[in-house]
Design a binder for this molecule. Structure first.
Ligand code: SAM
Length: 392
């Protein structure tokens, strides 16, 4: 979408076409060209592209933004945007009423959430994204809370602001960048504003390696409905940093968090008991598995594997639970016989710490039968085991 096309979309004719397209259930990526040809008879080329793209992107954006049907995106900006529930959680790092800066605001995934409780200076160097943000702020009734500035933020000063947030580019030529100093801009760019702004937040790749976390920062992992979605680094003047936190969110509105205690004793070890627990990926990435195990009296099969077990059923927002129906040291022949006796024709294989691939195992099991079974391939104090489990 070009900026001329977007400006036209904001006109009465543009809004009318958008409304018609939003009710048209036949429009999809596959017939985009047919629609383009049809609409080009009545509207300019850039207007047609803007209207069709916006209609399709609004549908795709439903997964990230509950208000997607009112907002404007480009494909890349939508991919980069923070999901609303995550941004909404994260904005609470800043005290309500603060003056904040969003460095690289794009179409406003973070800026709009921040603007609900704070005033935000939103800066980007991409004029189209800024125009989209302006329209998005208006659509959500947040224009009075956002000042939009087109600039290269690396050259600016921010004395007097209470906090800043940055969401740097973490891909180059389609490849993920792990080193925070290779982000665009590098994370150390923030050091420039340490004397000016007391709280800095930065969105980083959820797979950030431990050794890439710079000294002085807290690290927070956020999952949404069980999927690890984001990580962010937080620096605060006068604090030493180094804390790791898991935040578990659900689309239904639940929010739970857990700070890992680095002095926590390792979880006790045991054989598999009645229940198997898989910690939420945010808990695993925050190194809080021992915390949750000790809090809930759960034991671990192997110190290097994030599976937990117990005799009594424990429910926790940080854990998925399976009932353990049977377990055995891994032995293909014995497993094949058990599955034959149970008339298992299809298996779902989960694994942690096992080199065997699910496809390989399914082929070797030569299954025949009418039932399904979930298998877990893992280790018991270094030795391979297999568990037959049922999700609770
Ligand atoms: C990953 S996107 C931000 C997405 C945003 N947080 C959201 O949730 O919608 C990064 C943005 O930073 C902008 N950007 C990168 N470097 C910049 C710079 N030096 N000055 C201004 N904008 C910059 C890009 O144009 C892009 O829009």
């Amino acid at each position: 979408m070009e900026i001329e096309g977007f400006r036209w979309l904001l006109s009465d004719a543009g809004q009318q076409l958008l409304a018609e397209l939003s009710n048209d259930r036949d429009l999809n990526e596959a017939n985009f060209l047919r629609y383009t040809t049809k609409l080009r008879k009545h509207y300019p080329a850039e207007a047609v592209t803007a209207a069709l793209e916006t209609s399709l992107l609004r549908r795709a954006a439903q997964a990230k933004f509950p208000q997607a049907s009112q907002l404007y995106f480009t494909r890349e900006a939508l991919e980069q945007a923070t999901p609303w529930l995550v941004a909404n959680y994260r904005q609470r790092h800043f005290a309500a009423g603060s003056r904040l800066v969003d460095l690289g605001c794009s179409i406003g995934g973070d800026a709009l959430a921040l603007a609900q409780s704070c005033s935000v200076l939103a800066i980007d160097r991409d004029p189209l994204r800024l125009a989209l943000l302006e329209a998005n702020a208006q659509a959500l009734g947040l224009s009075h809370q956002i000042i939009i500035q087109a600039a290269d933020f690396t050259t600016l000063e921010f004395a007097g602001y209470a906090g800043l947030f940055i969401d740097p580019a973490r891909r180059s030529n389609g490849k993920r960048i792990w080193d925070v100093e290779h982000y665009q801009p590098p994370l150390s760019t923030l050091e420039r504003w340490r004397g000016q702004v007391p709280i800095h937040g930065a969105k980083v790749a959820p797979g950030i390696p431990d050794e890439a976390v710079p000294a002085g920062y807290d690290l927070e992992f956020i999952s949404l409905d069980g999927d690890l979605r984001e990580a962010s680094l937080w620096w605060q003047a006068g604090q030493v940093g180094g804390q790791r936190k898991a935040v578990v969110l659900s689309s239904a509105g639940a929010e739970h968090s857990l700070i890992a205690d680095p002095s926590q004793a390792a979880a006790a070890l045991s054989e598999p008991l009645a229940y198997l627990y898989e910690p939420d990926p945010a808990v695993i990435r925050a190194h809080a598995v021992a915390d949750i195990a000790n809090q809930l009296n759960l034991t671990q099969f192997d110190p290097s594997i994030a599976y937990l077990t117990s005799d009594c059923l424990v429910q926790s927002p940080f854990l998925r639970v399976w009932q353990i129906e049977q377990w055995l040291p891994f032995n293909l022949k014995a497993l094949r016989q058990i599955l034959q006796e149970r008339e298992i024709g299809r298996v779902t294989v989960k694994k942690r710490g096992s080199p065997i691939t699910p496809e390989e195992l399914s082929k070797q099991l030569r299954l025949k039968g009418r039932y399904e079974q979930t298998l877990v391939l893992t280790k018991l104090q270094g030795q391979p085991i297999v568990l037959l489990v049922k999700l609770l």
